[in-house]
Write a protein of this length. Structure first.
Lengths: 301, 301, 301, 301, 301, 301
């Protein structure tokens, strides 16, 4: 089971300007083969399906705990997309104004037809995320190798989206995820090392460009965020510290486990888009609405 | 962000016997269009994408909170599948024994080739769950209507899987989910009523067969579980009580919100399946393993 | 079995100008999850698969009859797309002129490579319609709830496409379909009411914006088109009148069944696009063509 | 637009016994790449998308008219599947009896979870039919060649399903479709000949086995059914006779157009399957049901 | 088994300018239903699966041999795409420069996120090629008819891409493939004729526009390339000459088999794109690189 | 370009008995995410798309050369499937005998409907291979890491299929592929080592079970087959020896490059299956056949 906290992993800055095609590009980090849906679901299923948990508890704890952090990552990507999409069309309750006209030429029409100018579990070309992206062989070494590869692939995707989009909200998100993804890469490398004795971490960085090249990542690393594995549980997954230990291969700093999630930032409030009747349209019965609001919520809406 | 608790929503009984084709059938409740992946992801995206949250807070809280409970449901379905699959093939480290021979005739070969006799995000025919199953129009009334329909469709699927599989572990899981799904159906009905004044709850049950027909559901309802909406958050989503209030349409009992998750049950330990090298194979270097175990975990594995 | 009439449900006006990306958007109403292929095929399969037809004849008749009308709707959407696409590229029999050059930048390349600048059973992003969009549980209440939801979702899609495209041909089509879809929504609401006593129609409109906001729909409603259920059969499906009866919830007007299809309009003639060799290319043997035309068709082509 | 007649193309005999896996096989003729959904939708879209209709009217009429017959073919395949599925599980309103137990081992679980033991737009492995199966290049010669090939491929599929299933209902259906498909093959061959002068019909039969090998087809041919092209329209598509003329290549008999559909047979009534709550479950409010039946249908249900 | 020769079928000219959307269009010839992946894989599987090879050797040899040529065609299409994509974004090792910014608006984002500005097995809308495009019934006549149709469909696609893209590299490639595809069409026509006596070649050209309309194809035909079937094997597939014999239906020239592949042209060298870390990024350890280069490759990289 | 040699990589023994469900399982090694289609196409596209080839020639040569060997692997898997399928149904030219009856209950109906009891590019559940399985980032380190992981995943799949199927033909094939796949794993490990200095080969074996556990693999390794990288080209890819050098990590034996393919074995002849009209049916005109055979092939067929 999980508990949810109504906070984002970081505070997201407002975008300088709405940007529909940037939002379309960022969708790759959500629903692409290497998007956050994939990391979330790969580790989640691996944790459910773990065989021999008691004997290999530190590995189980590590995978389950990283899975938990990934939920915060799909959340972060989703809100970034939403912020880039808000205001990309005309706000109007009169459909004859053709308020969505511009969307005809945008790259992702689902954002305007299927959703209310918000994120979907799809990639940058609109293809839906699917369960064949989940790898879960049951063999610990192979699953760890997969996870190591998956995180490196995800890193390549993040870097490329960073290079496509310079909107502050997107870069803030990508910068943070590069650092946290970096922690996950290293964690899986260390887990692999535990099984094989091979110093897999020496392969890093993959692709061969440092996080330090990205100011929005560098600022977090300067504060040591790359050394921290958060333990996302009130009481469980304590044996992550068996694996997340020692020093960081890049700067030799000491790795440490922090209990509980980061403090995080506010969940952004996404404004209404009346032309999409999101969340309500001009035809909602006002009397009914008022009555219900008073009765159920103790205030007018 | 979320926190994870290493507990299942309920304690799952051991299956009377392994049952590969029953496990294949139960997969529909995981990765089918009406499986728990769908309820989890629909409500999760709707919560990320909610527009006008402050004004419509109780609806946001309701959707986000139900999304959170759904994670516990994919977890429950996954462990049920795993328990049904454990022991379905011969345990052996010698591949020449053809330990997986029986699997050639089972309905789902992915359980034996892609996973280590464990669950996957696929349906009962092996088709992967995909993101096109997520509906998120942004219009509150339409999304609530969708959710009401989705839960009714999910209920129909659960009933049919119940009728296919009489293994205790599966029925215990389905019985519990029928009750919890029933809470979600009613919650969305009440939310729709708040917007429209229509007593949508009077449409229930859909399909037209009562939960009381299912002993494994009835026992929970006799304890009042159908009256409870758990609040799955340390501090947030408190306005669910604005909607989850009044009486239950079936027995007139009083609805109530309970803070925090149910106490739940132990996460079952899934035994090793050496023929699948899950979690390790006979070729793992024993010296290396011992050394690493001692160094990292402070004990021999 | 069906008979086909070479008439469209309405006369479609010529588009003011060709518009490839508008055509791409309109494809959502054809092959999207909520497009007309979905309504057509959902009700068609539900009619084939109906159990207990004699006992529940009015429901069978209703579903089968609405299915039949939907064929006219895919036809209408198709011709709208075709009219928007005609003339979007250069007409030429010389390929070295690069007559399709502009299409390189249009949103839907299938219109120019797979088809002859015409509609396909795909959505606005080019994803093909597929059979998983058909819901057919066999439970009458659940299927009716689905159909009610499907029509509401389809309505949301139509509204949004209306807001994207102001080309007269598209708006004429959408306006008509909003009215006819409104009839279907109400028909399914009344069918649900027959089973449950719940006044489902009071939930309307969903999304909460009235058809009267759309001039191209309003003009039809002013003539009472929203009160009419056409009976699309020479002799069958007469019991639709058992359900389609009483008054319209919005204006209290009397509902009525009309025998036979609407008079409709001409099927538009789509001009040849020689650069796509549609329907023939410059290399068709002229002697052969003439001879065959004379022999088979009694005239020169 | 279309009109629907509540008759099947032929009378279907009752199956000797229910046969779930035979039904699964027959699904290939519905939703496979070469199933009737494909022939229906290929010709339907080609008719919508026809360019230069006035000039090439006989070809348009032929394609539109064959499309219309194909609706009767998906109908026939659907009812065959339904008849094979009825009674394959235990009839019971008590789910604890595990009435669907046998279905756990059947080849197609969707028939028991997604539908009420009825057909779906899927193939013999459960993969959904999809719009990429529609070919519609706009070039008349290429489209006709495609249609000729498609019908030959469909013929091969029918023959193989015939060889898999000896249940009378399936063979009656396949036998009839072999003859009608044979008419379509020849019609497209003649249309190709009109454009090219090549006697394409001499390629037949493809695959190289005669319809006369199939008693259920032979009996229809002995009555001349292979000579008839039905004109499925009250008043339109009259120029089919320009192409469907001359003699049959196999037996030299004279081809002729018949106005109107065949007389056909009764639409079979599919019995209720209460364990699937199809069409209603034990929980439908009996008082409500009675009241509604009286009010709406003038009789008790 | 195969041997590979590091040569392209023809020398490809440098593109006049990079052209991302042209590259996206050309993808249809790679991964579309009628792309070269389809011709390659259809004939390859048909050759593996051939039944009765000894008796029907010339047909086997023909199919296997054409399959082999098709590998050179996916290669040619791939390099064309790569050449069109090189240089479409800014070259830079500093990601903060947003070097991929322009790609946000290009039609195919996978080229910039999934690949290093290079080809993928996808079509012009980004949909992946898939195995359902392979037709292999085992019936020789039907498979040959399919292949004849497939090649005609592929020809239509090539012609349309030619009409979309006037970049020299693309037209050189398409011109060559039109000629070679023309050889394959005729080869399958002749094989069909061998089985049926029907002069299928008289149906050509399909679509009805001559290769002579395309200067980049005409120049090859003027040199007789359309008369040659290359035998792509050191010692095998010699019986192709049983089928590839006689005269060409268009100009009466004599058909002939040439042993071995064409001389072909250089495989183009694709420049590094450092912003995509393709093939290496700025973070590759230079000392390591140098040491390895010296040790393994005997030179500095 | 490629040349094809009409030889298999090894001689395949006849299967002890036909085995339809074993064939279905073996399909995973063909068209699954980790099947031979994936290794073939991943490396093929990586070779086409290689940037900076001159500078990084040994890596290019390695990838291109391994791609070439993989063709021989899809060939081997295909013939194994075909041999397992031959004779699984009754041989008969009379369809009324229901010769395919048994196939109704087999796991893969496509083998009997879509193909002539032969292999298809699908996996063990019938899902088609698709292009999204191709990874090609352009970053050399990441692509090599991917290839290393892909080969390990493919190895796991092979082991499991070995454990499902004890038919000699399948085990002979898997045994050989385990050895050759082992060569590819090591080759990519060495390539990664060249870029990073990390002794990646020490991670092996993954999964942690030795090839020596498999007699059909062990026999090849005892002859040194695991030490050999074949160079599959008349004249190219010579720099593979820069990377494939040194000693084998498991037994310290010396690695070596062998010019040219292995001698291999005969391509098995697959018998006719007349009930599938493969390759011909009883309706092929015998006079025509004889005449054509004489004319074209110089002998009666």
């Amino acid at each position: 089971m999980i508990l949810r906290v109504d906070r984002l992993a970081i505070e997201l800055p407002a975008p300088e300007h709405p940007s529909p095609n940037s939002a379309a590009a960022v969708q790759e980090l959500m629903g692409g083969r290497f998007g956050e849906m994939s990391t979330l679901m790969n580790y989640t299923f691996q944790s459910f399906n773990f065989r021999g948990r008691d004997k290999f508890r530190p590995f189980y704890d590590l995978i389950a705990n990283i899975a938990t952090e990934e939920f915060g990552h799909i959340e972060l990507v989703s809100h970034t997309i939403n912020m880039l999409l808000s205001g990309t069309t005309g706000r109007s309750t009169d459909p004859t104004n053709t308020p969505l006209e511009a969307a005809t030429d945008f790259r992702n029409s689902y954002h305007y037809i299927a959703s209310g100018q918000t994120s979907l579990p799809i990639d940058s070309m609109g293809a839906p995320w699917n369960g064949s992206y989940v790898f879960c062989s049951g063999n610990l070494k192979l699953d760890l190798l997969h996870n190591f590869f998956l995180e490196c692939g995800a890193r390549a995707n993040k870097i490329r989206v960073y290079e496509m989009v310079d909107n502050a909200v997107a870069r803030e998100m990508v910068g943070y995820l590069l650092v946290r993804g970096g922690v996950h890469i290293l964690a899986y490398a260390k887990a692999l090392e535990a099984l094989s004795g091979v110093d897999v971490g020496k392969l890093l960085p993959i692709p061969d460009i440092s996080n330090k090249q990205f100011p929005e990542a560098r600022k977090h690393e300067e504060k040591g965020l790359h050394q921290i594995l958060y333990r996302f549980s009130p009481n469980d997954y304590r044996e992550v510290s068996r694996i997340w230990t020692g020093t960081h291969p890049e700067d030799g700093s000491t790795l440490r486990v922090v209990d509980g999630p980061p403090e995080g930032g506010r969940v952004p409030d996404h404004p209404e888009e009346p032309q999409l009747t999101a969340p309500i349209g001009p035809g909602l019965d006002q009397g009914m609405l008022k009555e219900m609001a008073t009765r159920l919520f103790g205030k007018a809406m």
